[in-house]
Write a protein that binds this ligand. Sequence first.
Ligand code: IPE
Ligand code: IPE
Ligand code: MG
Length: 263
Amino acid sequence: MSSPSASTITLPPGQSVLPIRANGVHVVDSPELPQHVAVIMDGNGRWAAQRGLRPTDGHRAGTENIRAAIEAFAERGVRCLTLFAFSTENWKRPRPEVRGLMRILSSTIDREIRPLHEAGIKLQYIGRIDALDIRLRRKINEAIELTRHNERMTVCVAFNYGSRTELVDAVRRIVADGVHPDAITERMLSDYLYTRELPDPDLIIRTGGDQRISNFLLWQAAYAEYVFSETYWPDFSERDIDHALAAYAQRTRNFGGRPANGE
Ligand code: IPE
Ligand code: IPE
Ligand code: MG
């Protein structure tokens, strides 16, 4: 963290939001700050290719950015951060890359779990955990257990996550539970998703320059705002985070209705 002023969210001129200080950093306690930010951490492969490195080196560099990014979002008052790290479609990648990604998740948990716990971060997981190696599963579950009472911010890791798979899993469980068709509501379906304990994302950031969703939180993102950043994930900095939050602060969210002061 540099100076507090470097961490201040730039708001549009004339916006009447009172910055408050927390941990020596300005944060914005208002609807202009998203409660839940979800990040599609893309661009590791291109970051590596630019340097003549292998994709796995890019993924490793990407994880080195995670602690700083989590801390930056937490300092600004974001309550929940979901990080898309591996999709159900990423199994299509070459085997050494997939194996590398599994190892990287494992070593990242080993390295980061203590500092994150001490920083008051509660860890959660969304995705098909059953397809992962038993030792990795155990490690993820231990990390969730260790941090379950932390309250500063929830960090949800989406690993082996795909939105369509999530919806299929939900429908299967609804049918298995013998739910009557008339009992199915939007609320109930939400409660059958992996994300049942999380609020819907307010802001989805995709790094790496592509402007697509890639099977991420399709249901939950119905009214999310999107920010697409050209920066590759390993280089995604506090400055980029402030740009994304500032862009979000300028959006008007209608949820299908009229703006609050509309005619
Ligand atoms: C994102 O980085 C991480 C995963 C999908 C696992 P990529 O590996 O997709 O990076 P690019 O898109 O090839 O640059
Ligand atoms: C999305 O990135 C998934 C993650 C960042 C984990 P991809 O690189 O897999 O997305 P596509 O294939 O370019 O759409
Ligand atoms: Mg990619």
